[in-house]
Design a protein around this ligand. Structure first.
Ligand code: PLP
Length: 394
């Protein structure tokens, strides 16, 4: 019994692995606080759920078009112009089953054996594995806490060559919460201009969770619309992770290729989710302000608790709902060999689930998702502090 070499070469997402372990321990009666999943704890907006009820009564029960309903794609194009200053026509939009599928559609459309994909680290776990699935080589460009977990653009430029097909990044970033400034994006655009066959996936799924300053879209920079695939979706801003809806805006030929890929995998995205998506992308983003305020308060809460843990260091990220402390002081190389061991130790001894940083290209870190209640966060951080103190004592 053996799986294909392609599947053997990729790993289960570390985020989902920890969530699975937490569920298993809970099923055994353990009291686990799960800070491993990138999932907002807020309720979805009422209007989104009403749209779902409405759609159930309507004529939405048959196969939808592979790239999404035309009226939804028109609304997404309007959203891109309203929020991001991007001009896409409806046929440049592809609606998919989550941003995750939107990403793999594009990677599969552009990357093949011999191609390299430059991924600034820390990066979202699936980027490297999606590239491997398509036979490409992920080229990871590392950064440090002192650099705010953002590799300087010159370091990214040094990793790019004629074989580089794509640069993939998220801003705000999962797992670091870092936000790229307009100047950093402009410097990156300079690099892209030097290579005519180089494209950029700008994953903007956390665009509405920026605490200070403004989210900037890479595709809005001069000449970059033709070189960029802008990825977005409902999961984070609208707390609709389970509805599985993501989308891209892209040059027409890439949108067409992504549609072709999707046509062989899943066909059109769930019809009811698409009707929900229409009202979400049409909604005024101002309604997301309370959610953003919650996340900012929780970020500060956890940052404050982190100060109490001996040896752990953290920066102050500007977006998303993650913190990525450098925890290397708790890794001794014997009992705790790395961040994987440390995450398992904390899960076993104090029942807190965090994701190890190695899978994000940042060994020596743990990712804390603070998308949960203030009380749970306070309790979780007190437990982690206790666990780390015991580690020192033992
Ligand atoms: N991109 C980033 C950076 C993410 O953090 C996530 C989810 O965690 C996704 C894409 C996938 O989102 P979706 O739930 O829409 O598949």
């Amino acid at each position: 019994m053996h799986v294909s070499p392609t599947v053997a070469a990729i790993s289960e997402p570390a985020t989902l692995l920890m969530a699975r372990r937490s569920r298993e321990l809970r099923a055994q009666g353990r009291d686990i606080i799960d800070l491993s999943l990138g999932e907002p704890d807020h309720d979805p907006p009422a209007f989104a759920l009403e749209a779902a009820h409405e759609a159930l009564r309507g004529p939405w029960h048959k196969y939808p078009p592979v790239n999404g309903y035309l009226d939804l794609r028109q609304s997404i194009a309007t959203k891109f112009e309203r929020d991001n200053g991007l001009k896409y026509t409806a046929d440049q939009i592809v609606v998919s089953t989550g941003a995750k599928q939107a990403l793999i559609n594009v990677v599969m459309s552009l990357v093949g054996p011999g191609d390299e994909v430059v991924i600034p680290a820390p990066y979202w776990v699936s980027y490297s594995e999606q590239v491997r699935l398509c036979g490409g080589t992920p080229v990871i460009v590392h950064s440090t806490l002192e650099e705010n977990w953002k590799p300087p653009i010159a370091r990214i430029a040094a990793a790019v060559n004629e074989r580089t097909r794509l640069i993939m990044f998220s801003s705000p970033c999962n797992p670091s919460g870092s936000v790229l400034t307009k100047q950093e994006l402009e410097e990156l655009a300079e690099v892209v201009r030097r290579y005519p066959e180089l494209y950029v996936i700008a994953d903007e799924i956390y665009e509405h969770i920026v605490f200070d300053g403004k989210h900037e879209s890479f595709a809005a920079l001069p000449d970059m619309a033709e070189r960029t695939i802008t990825v977005n979706g409902l999961s984070k801003a609208f707390a609709l992770t389970g509805w599985r809806l993501g989308y891209i805006g892209a040059p027409l030929w890439i949108a067409q290729a992504a549609t072709k890929v999707q046509g062989q995998f899943t066909s059109g995205t769930n019809s009811i989710a698409q009707r929900v998506a229409k009202v979400c992308v049409e909604a005024d983003p101002a309604l997301l302000a309370p959610m953003r305020a919650d996340f900012k308060r929780r970020r500060d809460l956890v940052l404050n608790e982190l100060k109490k843990i001996e040896g752990w260091r953290c920066n102050v990220p500007q977006g998303a709902f993650y913190l990525l402390p450098d925890v290397s002081a708790s890794i001794d190389g014997h009992t705790i060999k790395g961040s994987v061991d440390l995450s398992l130790y904390l899960l076993d001894t104090v029942g807190v689930s965090l994701v190890e940083g190695r899978s994000f290209g940042a060994e020596g870190t743990l990712r804390i998702s603070y998308a949960t209640s203030d009380d749970k966060l306070t309790e979780a951080m007190a437990r982690v502090a206790r666990g780390i103190a015991q580690l020192k004592g033992g």
